[in-house]
Design a protein around this ligand. Structure first.
Ligand code: ADP
Ligand code: MG
Length: 293
């Protein structure tokens, strides 16, 4: 039977926007020593905005935008939404894409006006035999050092543009990270994003432990590895790409603002997507377990 004080703890969490699926989670939370956090949509708003488009060759900004928006129309990814919103705001011509395919953590492809269009990270586009990726290395680095994510747009396997997209850090995140550190917890940031973007975000938040270019499987493996080392791990994430890691962790913590797949894979949901809920959950678990003993 669940002790009364645990039930009370779960109820108290709910009032603070920390939805705890079952009482046992509160007991495990007390033992958590490592917090693994996803970047996009977890530390950041996940509501990105386009900050720059740099086209290649004869491509005009409006043509690239029209094609990219047509493809991203079918994507649920925050990066995709940013491109669509930017295209709508700049009144570009509407195009229709067909044969849309999304590869989680890598990018999207579709056909627009008979052309093969691929949008995503450069490693993946290289695998798709896209040419011209090296020529934008310097501008891409510059945007990334500014904490922007750079996505690459290729048409018929030739680079047409890079799009810099900036996703602001949530106002609640710095406090949350600081509080987690002062509770003596190790905080590790994992992201599918590029190294320099990850570094810029981590630096702003005082996180010195981070991994970039991490695929959804690698996020899962990283959590698994920590558990094998004897750590008790809470994984915080918002996306489909985080679901395997959430499921593998001791306590999966999903952002209530994220995808339902993440919430289904997690034991805790933070209603407003406010990471301070992790601090609240940890403190609640400590109080509750002290009451039981
Ligand atoms: P994170 O781990 O930070 O939440 P993801 O794993 O979702 O990031 O994505 C990793 C990378 O894959 C992105 O930085 C981007 O380069 C690429 N990508 C994924 N989905 C899309 C998309 N819909 N459009 C463009 N690029 C995408
Ligand atoms: Mg995410």
């Amino acid at each position: 039977a669940t002790p009364m004080s645990v039930m009370v703890g779960v109820g108290r969490g709910a009032k603070e926007g920390v939805l705890i699926r079952d009482a046992e989670i509160l007991e495990i939370m007390e033992k958590v020593d490592t917090i693994v956090v996803d970047k996009t949509g977890t530390l950041t708003k996940g509501r990105s905005a386009v900050t720059a488009i740099e086209t290649q060759g004869d491509w005009s900004e409006s043509d690239v935008l029209a094609i990219a928006a047509a493809v991203e129309q079918s994507s649920e990814h925050p990066l995709g939404r940013a491109i669509v919103e930017y295209a709508e705001a700049s009144d570009t011509q509407r195009r229709v894409a067909k044969d849309f395919q999304s590869t989680t953590g890598k990018g999207v492809v579709a056909e627009v006006d008979g052309k093969h269009v691929a949008i995503g990270n450069p490693n993946w586009l290289a695998e798709l035999n896209v040419t011209g990726l090296e020529s934008v290395r310097d501008p891409a680095e510059q945007h990334q050092a500014n904490a922007a994510t750079v996505v690459y747009v290729a048409v018929d396997r030739s680079l047409a543009a890079i799009i810099a997209i900036k996703d602001p850090i949530k106002s609640s995140t710095p406090d949350a990270i600081q509080a987690l550190h002062s509770l003596g917890l190790r905080v590790v940031m994992l992201t599918g994003d590029a190294r320099s973007t990850a570094e810029a975000v981590a630096k702003q938040l005082g996180i010195d432990d981070f991994r970039a270019n991490v695929s959804p499987e690698a996020k899962h493996d990283f959590v698994q590895q920590l558990k094998q080392e004897g750590k008790t791990v809470a994984m915080c994430g918002d996306g489909i790409n985080d679901a395997p890691a959430l499921a593998a962790s001791n306590v999966g913590i999903a952002m209530g603002t994220g995808t339902s797949v993440a919430m289904e894979s997690a034991g805790v949901t933070l209603v407003g997507g406010d990471l301070r809920g992790v601090v609240a959950a940890k403190q609640l678990s400590q109080k509750t377990m002290r009451n039981i003993r």
